[in-house]
Design a protein around this ligand. Structure first.
Ligand code: FAD
Length: 341
């Protein structure tokens, strides 16, 4: 079989990192990324990019932990290299605070982030409305720079990138041997996945360079995540809302909630409002499927449905998707050598 041709559909953090893992694990493959939008116009560009995992109820915890660990290890190495500033990856320390002590005081990821510990009484004095908290250091991706860095790595390894809207995965069967579906919320229409739904998120990106620590309310709704140049203030979680228009009332509400956690934000400037649709699902769809029409087959690997936690697990799920692509190629090579006998 000649060099296997692999198409990755989607150019958010999941599509780009999956294409990179395939190019790294299968150097003989010819990899192409096809997407109707690239950075800065994807959901991934809107995200805060903090490495604090979201929990997928339909995926075993040990699998989620492995995905998070692989992602943390990968980004930690970048943060500790000369690439850190261009890739927009940096360490950030801060606090997750709770109005009531949570049932689970030690989340499954507590031994992967750095220096996880309960907050001291003195630290909690900063948050008079909260009675419990956890302090730790984690990583943050500044999302548009990280996506551009991934694109640059892909181009350097010879991966092609084309703007194209795919109406049906089958339309790719005559051009590619394997197709990888990383279309995020787009999979709702592309493959008719009724289990996939949007959770709308509105965030503010502001200039407040004096705020250095992250602060996250344990309810997950209000957060302050400092990036290299801008701070992300959040947020909202609106299930089944497809609206991409910012809501001015929500902007004020987010700003007020964040100021009650960090009063110095009253002096923030240059407020930009962004909206994105988290591609949410009971579990990430990370599996092989074979499409077939009239005796012709097209192996597909799905990798979508990362909801609120795509950045936190992207490298782990990309590695698994690349492994599944390897299985598809091995199966194709097996059937082509049997056909020659
Ligand atoms: P996307 O970024 O949406 O990419 C999908 C790609 O597929 C796009 O390029 C699109 O153009 C393309 N596409 C879709 N349909 C087609 C088609 N038919 N043909 C061709 N191309 C197609 N996660 C974290 O881990 N940490 C955070 O701090 C965090 N904060 C967030 C804050 C907000 C406000 C939001 C909205 C999300 C946040 N997330 C966070 C979640 C994270 O953004 C997502 O999990 C992640 O971006 C999903 O990536 P994706 O590549 O699957 O989707």
């Amino acid at each position: 079989m000649a060099a296997p041709k692999v198409a990755v559909v989607g150019a958010g953090v999941i599509g780009l990192s999956t294409a990179l893992c395939i190019a790294e694990t299968c150097p003989s493959c010819s990899v192409t990324v096809l997407s109707d939008q690239f950075s800065p116009n994807t959901t991934s560009d809107v995200a805060a990019g903090m490495l604090i995992p979201h929990t997928y109820p339909g995926t075993p915890i040990h699998v989620q932990k492995q995905w998070f660990k692989e992602t943390f290890t990968y980004l930690f190495a970048i943060s500790n290299s000369g690439e850190a500033s261009e890739a927009g990856i940096h360490l950030v320390s801060g606090w997750q605070v709770f109005k009531n002590t949570p049932k689970e005081e030690l989340p499954f990821w507590s031994d992967i982030v750095l220096g996880f510990r309960p907050m001291s009484k003195a630290e909690l004095q900063k948050f008079p409305q909260h009675q419990f908290g956890q302090a730790f250091t984690t990583l943050k991706c500044d999302c548009p720079p990280y996506l551009l860095w991934l694109e640059k790595r892909l181009k350097a390894t010879g991966v092609q990138m084309h703007t194209r809207k795919v109406a049906d995965l089958w339309e790719l069967h005559s051009e590619y041997n394997v197709v990888v579906n990383c279309t995020g919320i787009g999979a709702h229409q592309l493959v008719g996945d009724e289990k996939l739904f949007p959770i709308r998120g509105q965030v503010l990106k502001v200039h407040a360079p004096w705020v250095k620590n992250f602060i996250r309310d344990g309810d997950g709704l209000t957060y302050i995540y400092p990036g290299i140049h801008r701070i992300t203030l959040g947020g909202t979680r609106e299930k089944e809302s497809w609206s991409l228009s910012p809501d001015p009332g929500t902007t004020k509400d987010i700003f007020d909630r964040c100021c009650s956690l960090e009063p110095s934000l009253r002096g923030a400037q240059d407020i930009e409002v962004k909206v994105g649709l988290r591609p949410s699902r009971w579990c990430v769809r990370l599996q092989r499927e074979v499409l077939s029409q009239g005796g012709v087959k097209l192996p597909v690997v799905h990798n979508y449905g990362h909801g609120s936690g795509g950045f936190s697990v992207h490298r782990g799920t990309a590695k698994e998707a690349a492994r599944l692509v390897g299985e598809c190629i091995a199966a194709l090579q097996g059937s082509s050598s049997r056909a020659k006998l």
